[in-house]
Design a protein around this ligand. Structure first.
Ligand code: DC
Length: 233
């Protein structure tokens, strides 16, 4: 069967990670959370004592990490997506507000985006793949057959981030999380390289008032229709 590339883009807290995982499960596709790549670069820079704003040094570090195959995303036996940095499982470590900000900062650097393209493009497989991020449908795979832009109101997204951080044992303040979501939206959408924006051919889904299941159903239905079209072409 011919399987499309599924691109799910959208702002922080739109529910991309949860939705992308469930969609990949239902379709039996591979899954790539591209935000985890930027978060891992931010973590590696922090550990190396490199400020996130030092473009040349962060680019050099990213190029080395990619060349050495030091950043890897895998699915564990339980189905959870694990992020490995030089073999160490950093999946939990990268899910903090600090590294969300770090990821947003390093992701504005052209050299970092360029270096990480290799990992993202090599994820394509004949078995189908779901990629979630900010620029999958616009830059990484502009020719993807199935593109979705998932969004929700700022209030809903801040509340989801807040709940997510709490479920990870952290104690954020809702107001701070709200401010960070607004600031990250601003930074991710206004950067000169690969800003967050909806691809013209992406299907817009506002999940503010939709359940996760409803969003997943909508995406899966559309991808199945595309699979059938590809089959006939
Ligand atoms: O989806 P996330 O919260 O894990 O992403 C963290 C940051 O990484 C986000 O604020 C912007 C950046 N990012 C990006 O620029 N491009 C992507 N494809 C994915 C994430």
């Amino acid at each position: 069967m011919k399987r499309p590339i599924v691109a799910i883009d959208g702002p922080a807290g739109a529910g991309k990670s949860t939705v992308a995982r469930l969609v990949a499960d239902r379709l039996g596709y591979l899954l790539l959370d591209t935000g985890a790549l930027y978060r891992t670069v931010a973590l590696a820079a922090k550990r190396a004592g490199i400020p996130w704003g030092d473009e040349a040094a962060v680019t050099g570090l990213t190029e080395t990490l990619v060349r050495d195959g030091a950043i890897r995303l895998e699915r564990g036996g339980d189905g959870a997506l694990r992020t490995l940095l030089r073999g160490e499982d950093v999946s939990t470590l990268i899910r903090t507000q600090e590294l969300a900000e770090g990821a947003s900062r390093v992701s504005a650097i052209a050299g970092v985006r360029e270096a990480l393209l290799t990992i993202q493009r090599s994820a394509v497989s004949a078995n189908g793949v779901v990629l979630e991020g900010r620029d999958i449908g616009t830059v990484v795979f502009p020719d993807a057959q199935a593109k979705f832009f998932l969004t929700a109101s700022v209030e809903v997204r801040a509340r989801r981030r807040f709940d997510e951080l709490r479920s990870r044992g952290q104690s954020p303040e809702l107001e701070r999380v709200h401010e960070e979501v607004v600031e990250r939206d601003r930074r991710d959408s206004t950067r000169p390289v690969a800003p967050l924006r909806q691809a013209p051919d992406a299907v817009l889904i506002d999940s503010s008032a939709l359940s996760v299941e409803a969003v997943v159903d909508r995406i899966v239905e559309r991808v199945r229709a595309i699979e059938r079209e590809l089959e006939q072409s």
